[in-house]
Design a protein around this ligand. Structure first.
Ligand code: ATP
Length: 333
């Protein structure tokens, strides 16, 4: 009900009368009025003018199931939304939803995580009220060894979605949104987004894949350990940014990019886009593996998502994301 009224108010330039809303949603005018009151209590600025009706003036940074649903224009990505004020980790929630039979594209979103995670047991800073923590559940019909590419599909989608939002938010020069292979989104050399992909599978069959995305939206301070490497949309734009439209934009791009990926079950259709945003391309990098660590020149990615590097002795190698971390020679990128 709230979702429908929000959609109607947003989709109308000017006022919509209580009568019109009541006819379109099939509820009484009193119920419409009560819902508008609830929206106002949540912080939405909805003007109510006698004989004209209702008009939405501005929305605050509301992140609720209804707000997200009212902004989602997708067929499956983020269509089924489960929202948590606080949870341990949205990846764990999405995984559990997957085990319970939730549909492809289900999205778990939280305002705060108490146990946000990164790769290999690292943690993800997840304070309340300022950022996006979300995980999408996918049920791809592909062999398990291809699932790692979904991290790159999401990186591409998050970068494109965020760039689209920045185009709306920033009037001057738009900061460049780049990807640090394989899974981080970078602005001005600092990390804005982390992505964590996890899979539940049999030897030859994927039960489901969970792709978690943490986006620093309105954070202005970071713990000491990451203060030099982390940034947020607010710090980069100079003003606060609403979270729900960012989520909707990323889901919209994910739906399109996932369909492109599934056609060939590799990155051939996305490589050009991904490479154009790849911050490591044609740069010196330090490849940090379990057994060795070396300096090399990064040339690009393969269509299965490995990073192509040329070692100092001239040998060319394709490296898998699961095995290494990549850093810039002089810093994070
Ligand atoms: P790799 O290159 O191996 O992926 P990574 O350091 O980028 O290494 P991730 O698993 O992607 O690792 O992310 C977790 C790391 O990100 C943490 O160890 C921490 O250094 C950093 N980090 C944690 N929370 C945030 C945050 N909110 N914003 C930016 N960086 C963060």
């Amino acid at each position: 009900m709230k979702t429908e009224i929000l959609k109607l108010l947003r989709g109308t330039d000017g006022y919509v009368s209580g009568q019109q809303i009541s006819e379109m949603t099939g509820v009484s005018r009193t119920a419409v009025w009560k819902t508008v009151r609830r929206l106002q209590e949540e912080g939405y600025q909805v003007e109510a003018v006698r004989n004209r009706g209702y008009r939405i003036v501005d929305g605050p940074d509301v992140m609720t199931k209804e707000e997200l649903e009212s902004l989602m224009s997708t067929r499956w990505a983020g269509k089924n939304i489960v929202y948590y004020d606080v949870t341990d980790s949205t990846n764990l929630r999405a995984r559990q939803l997957g085990d319970e039979g939730a549909p492809h594209g289900t999205l778990a979103v939280a305002d705060r995580q108490t146990a946000g995670r990164g790769r290999r047991g690292r943690s993800w800073e997840s304070p309340a009220g300022s950022s996006i923590y979300m995980s999408v559940l996918l049920r791809p019909e592909i062999p398990p060894d291809k699932a790692a590419m979904l991290t790159l599909v999401m990186a591409c989608s998050a970068a494109e979605g965020i760039r689209g939002c920045l185009e709306q938010e920033v009037s001057g020069e738009i900061p460049q949104v780049q990807i640090k292979w394989p899974n981080d989104i970078i602005i001005n050399g600092k990390k804005l987004v982390g992505i964590l992909t996890e899979m539940s599978s049999q030897i030859d069959y994927i039960n489901h894949v969970t792709v978690g995305v943490g986006i620093n939206v309105n954070m202005t301070e970071f713990p000491e350990a990451i203060s030099q490497t982390a940034t947020s949309l607010r710090l980069e734009c100079g003003h606060a940014v609403k979270r729900s439209p960012v989520i909707a934009a990323v889901m919209e791009r994910l739906e399109a990019n996932y369909d492109i990926f599934m056609k060939t079950q590799d990155l051939s259709g996305l490589m050009e886009k991904y490479s154009s945003m790849l911050v490591n391309r044609d740069r010196e990098v330090r490849v940090i593996g379990v057994r060795e660590s070396y300096q090399a020149h990064a040339e690009g990615i393969t269509k299965t998502g490995e990073l192509i590097v040329r070692r100092e002795d001239g040998t060319v190698e394709n490296i898998c994301a699961g095995e290494v971390s990549v850093r810039g020679v002089y810093g994070y990128v």
